[in-house]
Design a protein around this ligand. Sequence first.
Ligand code: ADP
Length: 566
Amino acid sequence: MSSRVLGVLEKDEEEEEEEEEEESMNPTEVKMSQIVMPCHSNPRQELSVGQLLKWIDSTACLSAERHAGSPCVTASMDDIHFEHTISVGQVVNIKAKVNRAFNTSMEVILKPIAPHTQREQIEYSVAAERRRVRMVHDDIIKDLLSHGSIQQTDNSAVGNAVAAERTKVESVELVLPSHANHQVNTFGGQIMAWMVNVAMIAASRLCQAHPTLQTIDMFTFRGPSQIGDRLLLRAIVNNAFKNSMEVGVRAEAYQEEGPNRHINSAFMTFEVLDDHRKPCTLPRIRPEPLEGERRFQEAIARKKIRLDRKYIISRTQGEVPLSVPWDPRNQVYLSYNNVSALRVLAARNNWRLSSEKDKVRLYTLEQKSMLSFRVESEVDIPAHRAFCLLAELSNRPSWDTHYQKCELIHRVDDDDFLYRVVAPSVRHGAVGSSTSVSRREGILQDFILLASKRNPCSSGDPYVIALRSVSLPTHPPTEGYNRGEVLCAGFTILEMKNISLISYYNQASPEVLPYISTDIAGLSSSFYHTFCSCSQYLTKNRLQFTSEEQTGQYKATNTDSPNCEN
Ligand code: ADP
């Protein structure tokens, strides 16, 4: 089971409203309310983070048990950001429900869960992407360090630096029945609370003040621990930045006999706040040789990852600038953002059918200041084949006249690609004209797109090909081209007994808005023609191998695409 806490903190108002509207009957939902008593608080009369983690963990476990029908323990937790403190006397409300069950989950093999409400559908879809991020986290750190992009710091030059050894903490806890569930497994929340406790002491040794926990990085339990285990907890400050420090904690379990078992490692960020709650400047740290120096460097890599993640993932879609700079180290978060934005858009339940022609349906979705559209139809082609054909974006100019040219810039991995797309530019015509959009002579547009393709995680899940703009230092805007931006676009392809339900989505940026608004207003049917052309391209190539399926240089047959001009 994986507890997800971040989602509770990052919900935007719009989603809250929608959630209230569809007050769900999710059978796995568990609510817990606690009044914060002095025994739950730290010396500043605020709820201790350890206590909060215990409550969150036990609520999440109860919810997981409702789904699994057997006792569960926490396997991992995503990042937790602490944004507010909670005082003695306040009430804490915690709500947990199962978003998605993966059958490789550590503790139970779980039956699949069917999402009901829109909110649940969104959480279900995005859970798969989050899991992907969790899995590549260690690789990103290795990559960051091996590419030498972390500056080597000459610590001997820092005169008044504090020796890291002075922050070292070691503590042992005996796991008693009150720390474990009725299956004798230690509660994950209890272990985390102990880990926070030693980390807090290590942090206070650097700053000689009361530190405030800001973030806990996502972490994974490597194995269970049980009543009777001794838990050895060790912490040290790995690095101190100007206003924050990273403390690492390692938890090992042992019995009277036998080796130590590594249970968990976590990295926590602390800061020290002054009376106005402004972060204070911290002393620098002088790491211990070898291991300490390695951790010092790794802490810098994690800091970068934390920033990227906070910036790219945890913001709501509208807050992320359109073209986030692409870089191999933030790639995983950009594709997370790319895929989850499309999944979230697809899972919205307020799409309105705007027009239908020969079973090609055009839907629109209005959200605050955003207009999105979806073109959808069934196509006689197996979903996997359609996925392979559509994922090869470089073939798109053969069926879509909105794509004049499409070149592959970089194959990031098997599922993610960077393309440069050249498109004809558009300008607005006279109001009331039936050709309100026309090509502007000589000026073209180009886009740098990240394309992320994903197979379904389970039956009933669609294939996804998500597109979003990124910026690349190697491909700056050039003369003669207007650099356009795509916020969120792409395809979902759903298998339907040998035919496919193909949906194309686009969250309209100013560049594409003129195309759609004419269609939506009924002034043209450009998207109908484009979709027909796409559908012809797919059916013509339905039986042939794509270059992915055949390692050779096969190129899908181009269609004689009809003129899709307005
Ligand atoms: P890593 O050394 O790769 O960071 P570990 O799981 O060994 O991974 O340790 C996690 C963190 O726990 C370390 O970064 C360090 O901050 C802390 N730690 C590990 N061993 C000790 C120790 N003997 N004393 C104090 N802190 C330790």
